[in-house]
Design a protein around this ligand. Structure first.
Ligand code: A3P
Ligand code: MG
Ligand code: MG
Ligand code: MG
Length: 357
């Protein structure tokens, strides 16, 4: 393991880039009967599974001793009723793995012509992601498609991968195939990769790795402040954000966007604040939904905490534990937003107490 994580970065970028090519082509071919419904009711597509199969295959070859905390598992594909879906996933994953080597890619990562896997190997690759996480050791965390709902709508989603060592995120790589390269040109070229390495900063490239741009969260004035928030009202409280915006006298409307593309947009200054407060249904946030985004924000000069001002804890297992939400913003803005979040929380608690008497 090198301290600069040069190899890890190279492997992670290659894996995310291949997965982005796969998900883009799946979107174009996606048909309804290839969409399952998991226990949590989120749509799990052939894209989620095959992207996890590809990335875990690459990680398994490059770093055979590293465990992976991945969102998906292959249980539904190992039963009779999952056969058709499994066959489609095997075909797609293999198509992606055998594509010609690109710049910075190595055949020993299981890539290139002739590197087809048998179905069992690909299902096992998906199940490499069942690691439980924890306080110590080196592990990867993967969300093969974050923002599945955005993906299905043809809007924003992200392929998200992070390396965690002893509970601290050291490397984050996110691929956003539908994100405009330049937010001021929404109809311009799309598709970006975001990379952050602890202590080494953050940058964005195109999906092919071209045009690297270092990322630094810019300063915002009270007139330019705005929120980034989930499209899905079930994932974070829109009304809470409205109240915080009111307390901060924010006039610009929020930008709604699925997935960790919100962290990417924040890191390059497309929006000023990412606020994700729980909706009160007891949902625990997952580490793969925040690990790469959190290091991107920190390396772009920002701060990310929960609504109590505490750092997110990536050492608790597959989840972030008790859900006190997420507040991410540039350094100066973060403290102001946090104060307003605490005020809004206090108001909510008081209103609740009043309704009880
Ligand atoms: N009740 C809930 N509260 C918060 N997040 C939730 C949730 N139900 C699902 N999610 C998570 O929200 C993620 C999407 O976030 P966003 O709203 O920012 O796009 C989902 O990731 P997946 O799409 O990878 O399943 C899922 O992990
Ligand atoms: Mg999901
Ligand atoms: Mg997710
Ligand atoms: Mg996902």
């Amino acid at each position: 393991m090198s301290l600069t994580f040069a190899t890890e970065q190279q492997v992670a970028v290659a894996a995310v880039r291949r997965a982005c090519a796969l998900t883009s082509s799946v979107f174009n071919k996606l048909v309804k009967n290839e969409t399952l419904v998991k226990g949590d009711k989120s749509p799990v597509t052939v894209g989620d599974y095959s992207a996890q199969a590809v990335i875990n295959t690459i990680l398994g070859r490059a770093f055979p001793d590293d465990p992976i905390v991945g969102e998906e598992d292959a249980a539904d594909l190992r039963v009779e009723s999952g056969t058709a879906l499994k066959n489609r996933i095997v075909e797609l994953a293999n198509e992606t793995l055998v594509a010609d080597l690109g710049i910075g890619e190595m055949a020993e990562w299981g890539l290139g012509p002739g590197q087809e896997r048998i179905p069992e190997e690909l299902l096992d690759a998906i199940d490499r992601g069942t690691y439980g996480g924890g306080r110590t050791g080196r592990m990867w965390t993967l969300d093969p498609i974050d923002g599945t709902k955005g993906f299905l709508r043809g809007e924003q989603y992200a392929v998200c991968l992070a390396l965690i060592i002893d509970s601290k995120v050291q490397l984050g790589v996110m691929g956003c195939p539908n994100l405009p390269v330049d937010a001021t040109k929404p109809d311009g070229p799309r598709g970006c990769i975001f990379v952050a390495v602890r202590g080494q900063g953050a940058h964005q490239t195109t999906l092919t790795g071209a045009d690297p741009v270092p990322l630094q969260i810019p300063a915002f004035t009270s007139e330019t402040l705005n929120f980034l928030e989930s499209v899905e009202a079930a994932h974070s409280s829109h009304s809470f954000n409205d109240r915080v915006a009111e307390l901060l006298a924010i006039t610009r409307p929020p930008t709604r966007m699925d997935s960790q593309a919100k962290y990417c947009s924040l890191a390059r200054g497309d929006g000023a604040v990412y606020l994700r407060m729980p909706t009160g249904v007891g949902y625990l946030e997952k580490i793969w939904d925040h690990a790469p985004g959190s290091i991107l924000i920190e390396e772009a000069g920002g701060i990310i905490t929960n609504s109590r001002g505490e750092p997110l804890d990536f050492g608790l297992g597959r989840t972030l534990g008790d859900n006190f939400g997420v507040v991410a913003a540039g350094k100066e803005v973060h403290s102001k937003v946090l104060a307003a979040v605490m005020q809004a929380n206090k108001e909510e608690a008081e209103a609740k107490a009043r309704s009880r008497v």
